[in-house]
Design a protein around this ligand. Structure first.
Ligand code: AMP
Ligand code: GLY
Length: 419
């Protein structure tokens, strides 16, 4: 089979390495991919948002199956466009990808179908939002309605911070049209859990749970990032909680999307907070998480491509999805300064025996060099979480590039729960 993967980050690299295990695979193209992905797939210089070019490429190159991984092309209708040309895809159509594409849509969906989430109000103009904030409970959370590269959420600890966030989204338009409408919601507290799930719109099969580390620095300090590391499984997510989530969140969400005429097929990501009043949805993503995928897929024992093909055919079998009993840890190595300003172009050395998922690197004059904020993630798995963490940090030391930095405490919070 000829496979096309849309995207070019660590998540896409993890998907590609996993589907390569399937003997049916002949060629894998990554659009655009990156310098590290080029070790495992044919990279083609077409951007993930260039829907027309992606479709044209797929037809010309006789693609049998396309995996659309990032949020932007999914929300823009990449799957719809490929399907129209008769190309089978893994990923939701635009009318279902809206579950991530519009926070207002997802909040209203949860309210209508009684799915537990933070209380909220929607605002379409700045004046109303500022007036509401005069006596809203603080801390509060301000969210841009549309996609904002993962930066559209502000946790405001004071009233002034909340007002500033509203002004920068609605007046200064820092996220463009994505911030022209906003959600202001209740601040929730508790451990966070990421649960990615496979669904064909009828059956939902949760994958192994994971924990992201979003802040740039150790002890959850510093700025929010795309994610500095992950571990799986997440020790906070007990069997009891998993059963409760299945009953109160996962199945009701799939049913709600069907009732709205927006059947969701692909990977639905549940960002959960385990509050004292039970698990609540913080966010939905219409795709695999990054860097959650980098710990979840290495623990998948079943064949990923076969699962994806079954989903595209509308017949997902729960008993065909099996996960290892092991643990995994992914440590992200970034360019010093990320998520602020950073330098790139440094020679990147990744030994063959290190399991690395490359996010920000390119090939320049035959040499692999850094090209992004998050450069790569190193994943190791082992019988225990402690061993997985130790192995990942040993492998991190084997990778080298100038100006690299990484968190030293990935998985430490999880270890404390286990002890
Ligand atoms: P997101 O960009 O939607 O993943 O949100 C970023 C982070 O903001 C989440 O991972 C949470 O840590 C935090 N967050 C979002 N919504 C809330 C909320 N209602 N209460 C507390 N924290 C939140
Ligand atoms: N790691 C969080 C996300 O993929 O949105």
């Amino acid at each position: 089979m000829n496979i096309l993967v849309v995207g070019g980050g660590g998540r896409e690299h993890a998907i590609i390495k996993k589907i390569k295990e399937n003997k049916k695979v002949k060629k894998i193209y990554a659009l655009p991919g990156n310098g590290g992905i080029a070790r495992d797939a044919i990279c083609v210089d077409i951007g993930a948002k260039e829907i027309d070019k992606i479709t044209e490429f797929a037809v010309e190159n006789k693609i049998d199956f396309a995996i659309v991984a990032p949020d932007d092309p999914l929300v823009l209708g990449c799957v719809d466009a490929l399907n129209e040309k008769g190309i089978k895809c893994f990923g939701p159509k635009a009318n279902a990808a809206i579950i991530e594409g519009s926070k207002i849509f997802s909040k209203n969906l949860m309210k209508k179908y009684n799915i537990p989430t933070a209380q909220y109000e929607v605002f379409e103009n700045k004046e109303d939002a500022l007036k509401y904030l005069e006596d809203a409970p603080i801390p509060t959370v301000i969210k841009a309605d549309g996609l904002a590269l993962g930066k559209g959420v502000v946790i405001a600890m004071t009233r002034d911070e909340a007002k500033d966030a509203v002004k920068s989204m609605m007046e200064d338009k820092i996220f463009g049209e994505s911030g022209s409408k906003i959600v202001i919601e209740e601040f929730l507290e508790g451990p966070e859990v990421s649960v990615l799930s496979f669904t064909d719109g009828k059956t939902v099969v949760p994958m192994i749970s994971s924990m992201d580390h979003k802040r740039a620095l150790d002890n959850d300090e510093g700025l929010n990032t795309g994610g500095m590391g992950t571990i799986a499984p997440n020790p906070y997510y007990t069997k009891e909680i998993a059963d409760e989530c299945m009953e109160k969140i996962f199945i009701p969400t799939i049913d709600a999307m069907n009732k709205e005429g927006r059947t969701f097929s692909g990977c639905l990501y549940f960002g959960l907070m385990l509050t004292k009043d039970g698990p609540k949805v913080i966010e939905y993503n219409c795709r695999f998480g990054d860097p959650e995928t980098q710990v979840v897929l290495p623990l998948l024992e079943s064949d990923l491509l076969d699962i994806m093909l079954d989903i595209a055919d509308g017949r997902l079998y729960a008993d065909k999805v099996e996960f290892s009993k092991k643990s995994a840890c992914c440590v992200v190595m970034a360019s010093n300064g990320y998520p602020g300003k950073y330098e790139t172009g440094f020679k990147l050395n990744i030994p063959e025996d290190v399991n690395a998922y490359v996010a920000g690197a390119k090939i320049k004059e035959g040499t692999l060099v850094t090209s992004g904020g998050r450069v790569l993630g190193v994943t190791c798995k082992a019988d225990t979480l402690k061993e997985a963490i130790d192995k990942a940090y040993e492998d991190v030391k084997k990778v080298s590039f100038e100006n690299s930095y990484y968190r030293k405490d990935i998985g430490q919070k999880a270890l404390k729960i286990l002890n």
